[in-house]
Write a protein that binds this ligand. Structure first.
Ligand code: BGC
Length: 447
């Protein structure tokens, strides 16, 4: 049988992604820690506890990442560790981050660092967090401290992870820690301050480290009307898609706040991003009138759906979304992409089919520069606790024992060969021999 190999560029980044609160453990000064203690907030009242024990021993997973052939990793910093009280910076915590970042460089892994990934210092929440204008100065000072102490080790930065998801989960559906403000008023009040925080962090980093690349990690989903829907539903899906997927990026591109009320220019925002980080997971159908939530009508009966009804597996959507980002004319990094799949029955094929969409995008010369799979190791999945497992490496949170999933081995072969091959499909996802490696195999490398 002819062998096929889909090759990726030599300088393509092969990474995985994690977030501080989800892997470090014992983040006791964070609003998430306080939130977890309340009854019924986390599925089955599970607790993050030691999480994946990174604060004590990130190095064991860095060893695994290196063995996996990763040359990049996206991680985040826990603000509440670095600044446990307002204006009090913890030198030991910064020292530990330095050690972890150095550990990455020593293993040939380039760090991409996120400054805010869903969790806040408790003291900031007491001050009204993103509903209070004071947050901007605090975020600027936190960023400045981090750049001064760790900046020499960080070539790539993300200011804020998934701002629209954060707004939705925190203010509108209440699955994330709820502070003093909630509902639409809280959400509409937070959006301009989040944008100001982004702009402040961007310029703070660039002033100190002009060579650093700074972007945002934007969750984007395919949001479309079900085929055969009414014109109204199609129009509505377009609005919802713009709001969730593009409003934030349009604000960064043009420096404008696009809200139904209070449209205005935000100083220093226009053009404040060097790349787009795309977090892609799934597709939702949108209907008008909405049936049971904004994103109703989730999937077709024959759709492949991952654990805990997390979402439909829809690889073609990754290509579509990459195309929708071309007008911004910025490099694109896939800063998250993954699937909750404890038994690893879907992940091998998920990996190959999504990477194949990236390969397709590259073949059109679209500027996709790297891929960070979510996630390296099972970690604490927010309100869903330990019930959803995204790791290429399986973790037993009680014993902290790690086991390679087959998909981890597959990703290792992909990273090391910088390619997708029909041999990998044969070994890990034979069904793909009938789809992506059937007939149209683009490169024949058989002897
Ligand atoms: C978040 C991660 C989360 C992942 C899987 C993303 O929206 O950035 O923190 O674990 O999705 O749900």
């Amino acid at each position: 049988m002819a062998r096929a190999q889909l090759l990726f560029p030599k300088d393509f980044l092969w990474g995985t992604a994690t977030a501080a609160y989800q892997v470090e453990g014992n983040n006791r000064n964070s609003d998430w820690w306080a939130w977890e203690q309340g009854d019924g907030r986390i599925l089955h009242n599970q607790k993050s506890g030691l999480a994946s024990n990174w604060w004590a021993n990130a190095e064991q997973d860095l060893d695994i990442a290196a063995e996996m052939g990763n040359n990049a990793h996206r991680l985040s910093l826990e603000w509440s560790r670095i600044e446990p009280e307002p204006s009090v910076f913890d030198a030991a915590a910064l020292g530990r981050y330095r050690e972890i970042l150095q550990g990455m460089h020593q293993r040939g892994i380039e760090p991409m660092v996120t400054l805010h990934h869903f969790s806040n210092p408790l003291w900031l929440v007491e001050k009204g967090d993103f509903n209070s204008a004071v947050v901007v100065d605090y975020f600027r000072r936190y960023t400045a401290k981090v750049v001064d102490v760790l900046g020499d080790l960080i070539p790539k930065w993300i200011t804020i992870n998934e701002p629209m998801v954060y707004i939705f989960m925190r203010y509108l559906n209440g699955a994330f820690p709820v502070g003093q403000h909630r509902g639409w008023t809280g959400a509409l009040g937070a959006i301009p301050n989040l944008l100001r925080c982004h702009a402040a962090a961007y310029h703070t980093i660039k002033e100190r480290r002009p060579e650093a690349l700074v972007g945002v990690a934007k969750n984007m989903a395919v949001l479309q009307a079900r085929p055969g829907s009414t014109a109204l539903s199609r129009w509505w899906a377009g609005r919802v898609s713009w709001l969730f997927n593009h409003m934030w990026l349009d604000s960064l591109a043009n420096g404008r706040l696009y809200l139904p009320v209070g449209r205005r220019t935000i100083p220093h925002l226009a053009g404040s991003y060097d790349f787009i980080g795309l977090n892609y997971y799934t597709r939702f159908y949108v209907n008008f009138p909405p049936r049971g939530g904004l994103l109703s009508d989730r999937w077709e009966p024959d759709a492949v759906v991952s654990d805990g009804n997390y979402g439909e597996i829809y690889p073609a959507g990754l290509f579509q979304i990459i195309e929708s980002l071309l007008p911004y004319k910025k490099p694109i990094y896939i800063t998250e992409n993954g699937v909750p799949d404890k038994d690893d029955r879907l992940r091998p094929s998920f990996l190959m089919t999504h990477l194949r969409e990236i390969w397709r995008a590259l073949s059109f010369c679209y500027p996709v520069m790297g891929y960070y799979h979510w996630s390296l190791v099972d970690n604490f999945e927010w309100d869903r606790g330990w019930t959803q497992r995204f790791g290429l490496i399986e973790l037993n949170p009680e014993t902290q024992e790690r086991t390679w999933r087959e998909s981890g081995r597959l990703y290792q072969e992909i990273c090391r060969s910088r390619s997708l091959t029909s041999r990998q499909a044969e070994k890990y996802a034979p069904e793909l021999l009938q789809t992506i490696f059937r007939g149209e195999a683009p490169v024949d490398v058989s002897p």
